[in-house]
Ligand binder design. Structure first.
Ligand code: PHE
Ligand code: ZN
Length: 886
């Protein structure tokens, strides 16, 4: 194990900087291997800083080429300079000006943080701590400055030069082959929102007129030949801008808004002020090369980054512990946007399914952390499902508790009170408390306590008294920080469904606060009694998944089937079916491990059949209802001594049984609900296609001979969505037709990296131990490259995160493969390597042989020399070696 561990950063030790940096003037010369940066910083002492207090600036691997203080050289003994820090021992009276020259090699930057050049395009990535790879700076979010940026490059190499804010001036440099552009951003911002882009880029242009009548020039830049695939992103951008005005009163605040799509990017996209930089996967779609899911993702990510302009940029975070202040809120906003653009219930179900698949395991494992963490060693490792997705759930709960209007009032106050600030969660909550008068102190625990709360409920109907009693208990499981947990404020949206499928009216309620269809749990235990019930109700709890909890109830299986058919809340109908399936899958897994044959309640398939057959329901909803809980979810429900092979076999068995019973019926429903022949990205058509794919899956599960027909669907597919769905089924069922279809797919799409990623991912996620050999072979494929994050995610992360039987093969070879890849990748790109390392996050719940093998592989990785701080941090925490918050 490494001994020299990096220091822990603690929320409790937050202090403002000694100096403010009011203005930043940058002069950046882009040259492939020898770029140069001159930064002119205007500094002033903050209140309370004594004159002469040392100025300490962050750096990361920098080469200093020049240093001037108020225009004069700095004596060697007046400063200390290392690649990672610049200290001026006794700065002069303020304000003063520091000029710093640094030399960079963007072509050699494989970490894709700071200034890098890939595919001939210069771009920057500064969140969270990338600006310090460009120049020495107080590289933290509470230092806000006005930036003016001059960019210079060879005209032939980079005809397009983009910066933050508004364009001021551009021109050629006489007598040279170079040109320049000057950008000014009037809005003070932290360094992580800084960006420049230079390259030979194509673009689509448009305009948007804001609510107050200002015309904003919009552009989306991309590599040549890709422009035709930017139209949908542009449309999504304009819809986002309008929606933010209408729903939240937020108007755009610059003359231009630019988006650049690049092919090598560690994350999804980045909200730099006025200059969003995107992984091109979240920009480029057209009917031939984008699936319905791709369209939905593009729309959501475009909206997300745009919405950051207010939630993140105008109001930013005081420190990185407050990351959820911008991310949780912005995810909530993009989820609401997508819900309005598409189908609200379908969006909610998809978001909850994703939360359970990614965030619940994180919250139950060694990497669990509060939505607002209190310590970190490497902030890059906290761009997590907990900060983003659970953070969004917390905002949603706030809206549930305060009502839509109350929430809007609080948010309006937040924008008024904190515009231009670097704020905290306390600031945020205070706005809602002040505007509504609500006491949110207990609610604040959602930001502080890690772990998914468990709510258990026993309900009891007394026909003579016409009362329903519900007894609740809540608890939060133990988490790695070892903290004692307090009861939380949990809003449970509910209804009491009567025999006719309508919510029953009730009279008096005792035992606690129940308002507008929401039960407010605030104590560790509570008993609510509802009186005046003329018939026995079936309680439908946690409608719309009103809180991110695990609910354990004592509904009978009959009650659950009743809810599947009758609950007025679509989310709860879906949920009731999922819960029935989960219980059956757990039982079936246990049986299979004992060598017994699993059996399933035939009413399950019948119930799904009735849903599928009901043309009164949205096809997208029906498709979701026909999708069984994933293997990860079953593993979570089992909780320990997990055998992924048994889970997989159980799930396949249930699919086979369901398919045998209803595949024909579902096929008929599909025929009645066929999408139009020409592709439209609309949610309605996407839902029809999803229903079709659910039908294919059921028919193949029921009968291997269906592969022939699916191979025909593959051939005749008119959309990429259909073609990919067919290919996935053929490959995942190891049909005889799979190899031919794979070869065909490769030939068709070999020149389109984003589509080819799907080819890699489909192969990486084929269940079974033998997939490892395939994945290893694919790492040697000419189209595979460790330098392209999308490709690494498609092949390696898909294998580790979405192939439980392949990755967890019993001999441990999957684990050793992954640690090998991590060790290699870590030398170039630590943040992508660390993301792969989170693939071990649930190892502790595995059965002994696998658990031991995973642990051994992780320990060996932890012992290797020169691990990055990113990977070392994940490995140590996963193994439980992290020091707690003490
Ligand atoms: N802030 C980005 C977002 O919109 C994510 C990101 C984080 C991108 C760090 C790059 C680096 O969520
Ligand atoms: Zn974000």
């Amino acid at each position: 194990m490494r001994t020299e561990t990096s220091p822990v950063v603690r929320l409790s030790e937050y202090r403002p900087t000694e100096y403010a940096i009011d203005n930043v003037d940058l002069d950046i010369r882009l040259v492939p291997e020898a770029s140069s940066v001159k930064a002119r910083l205007s500094l002033s002492r903050r209140d309370g800083t004594a004159e002469g207090t040392p100025l300490i600036l962050d750096g990361d691997g920098l080469a200093l080429k020049g240093l001037l203080l108020n225009g004069m050289g700095v004596a060697d003994d007046a400063c200390t300079v290392t690649p990672d820090r610049l200290t001026i021992h006794a700065p002069p009276a303020d304000p003063f000006v520091l000029e710093i020259a640094t030399a960079l090699n963007p072509s050699a930057n494989k970490a894709l943080m700071g200034l890098y050049r890939s595919n001939g395009v210069y771009t920057t990535q500064c969140e969270a701590e990338g600006f310090r790879r460009i120049t020495y700076f107080s590289d933290r979010p509470d230092v806000l400055s006005v930036y003016t940026t001059r960019i210079e490059a060879r005209k032939s190499e980079a005809p397009i030069l983009l910066g933050n804010g508004n364009p001021v001036l551009a021109g050629d440099i006489a007598g040279t082959d170079r040109h320049f552009a000057l950008w000014h951003d009037p809005h003070p911002k932290p360094s992580y929102l800084f960006a420049v882009v230079g390259g030979d880029l194509d673009a689509v242009h448009d305009t948007f007129t804001t609510a107050s009548g200002r015309v904003v020039k919009l552009a989306i830049y991309c590599e040549h030949g890709k422009k035709d695939r930017c139209a949908y992103a542009m449309d999504a951008l304009k819809r986002s801008m309008r929606w933010d005005e209408e729903r939240f009163g937020r108007e755009y605040d610059l003359d231009v808004f630019n988006i650049v799509a690049v092919s090598d990017f560690n994350m999804g996209a980045m909200e730099n002020k006025g200059l969003n930089v995107f992984n091109d996967k979240y920009v480029l779609v057209d009917p031939q090369t984008g699936t319905d899911q791709d369209y939905a993702h593009v729309e959501a990510v475009i909206a997300h980054e745009y919405f950051h302009n207010w939630t993140g940029n105008r109001i930013t975070c005081r420190d990185w512990f407050q990351l959820c202040l911008k991310e949780g809120l912005t995810v909530f906003r993009d989820q609401e946007f997508s819900a309005d653009q598409r189908s609200r219930p379908v969006k909610r179900i998809a978001d909850v399914a994703a939360l359970r698949q990614h965030q619940f395991p994180e919250d139950a494992g060694p990497l669990a952390h509060p939505v607002r963490p209190e310590t970190y060693r490497e902030i890059n490792n906290f761009y997590t499902a907990t900060v983003y997705e659970k953070g969004a759930e917390v905002c949603r709960m706030l809206q549930t508790i305060l009502g839509e209007e109350g929430f809007r009032d609080g948010l309006d106050l937040y924008f008024r009170r904190h515009d231009g600030d670097a704020a905290t969660i306390e600031d945020f909550l205070a706005c809602f408390a002040d505007s509504s008068g609500a006491d949110l102190r207990q609610f604040a625990l959602w930001y502080e306590q890690a772990g998914t709360p468990i709510v258990s409920v026993r309900h009891d109907f007394d026909a003579d008294r016409q009362t329903l009693t519900m007894t609740f208990q809540q608890s939060v499981p133990e988490t790695p920080d070892g903290k004692a947990k307090k009861p939380m404020h949990i809003p449970l949206r509910f209804g009491l469904v009567g025999p006719d499928g309508q919510d029953l009216r009730y009279g008096h309620v005792s035992g606690g606060r129940v308002e507008k269809g929401v039960i407010h749990l605030t104590d560790a235990a509570a008993t609510f009694t509802f009186s005046g019930l003329t018939a026995r109700p079936v309680p439908s709890l946690l409608r719309g998944f009103s809180a991110p909890v695990r609910l354990e109830d004592n509904l009978s299986i009959d009650d659950r089937f009743f809810l599947v058919s009758h609950d007025p809340d679509p989310f709860s109908r879906w949920e009731a079916a999922q819960q029935i399936a989960l219980t059956m899958l757990q039982d079936a897994t246990a049986k299979l491990r004992q060598g017994e044959r699993p059996t399933f309640d035939p009413r399950f398939a019948e119930a799904l059949g009735r849903l599928a057959d009901n043309d009164g329901l949205d096809p997208a909803f029906r498709a979701l209802a026909l999708t069984l809980p994933g293997e990860t979810e079953v593993a979570q429900a089992i909780g320990d001594d997990v055998d992924p092979d048994a889970i997989h076999a159980a799930r396949r068995a249930l699919l086979t049984e369901t398919g045998s019973a209803i595949a024909t019926l579902v096929g008929e429903a599909v025929d009645r609900n066929a999408p139009p022949a020409t592709f439209r990205p609309e949610a309605e058509d996407a839902g029809r296609r999803a229903l079709r794919h659910a039908a294919w899956a059921l028919s193949l599960a029921a009968d291997k001979a269906a592969a022939g027909r699916i191979a025909e669907f593959y051939e005749q597919a008119e959309t990429l969505t259909d073609r990919v769905a067919a290919l996935r089924l053929l490959v995942h069922y190891r049909s005889g037709e799979a190899e031919r279809a794979l070869a065909n797919f490769y030939d068709r799409y070999r020149d389109n990296p984003l589509v080819l990623d799907k080819w890699f991912a489909i192969q990486a996620t084929a269940p079974g131990a033998q997939t490892l050999e395939r994945v290893e072979a694919l790492t040697a494929h000419p189209a595979f490259s460790m330098a392209t994050p999308n490709r690494v995610y498609a092949l390696i992360r898909s294998f580790a995160a979405a192939n439980p039987t392949g990755f967890n093969r019993a001999d441990g070879a999957g684990y050793r493969f992954l640690t090998g890849v991590i060790a290699t990748l870590d030398k170039d790109n630590p943040s992508v390597a660390a993301r792969l390392a989170t693939g071990f996050g649930s190892f502790a719940m595995l059965e002994e042989r696998r658990r031991t093998a995973a642990q051994a592989a992780l320990k060996a990785l932890g012992a290797s020399a020169n691990l990055s701080r990113d990977v070392a941090d994940i490995v140590e925490r996963t193994l439980g070696g992290e020091v707690s918050n003490a």
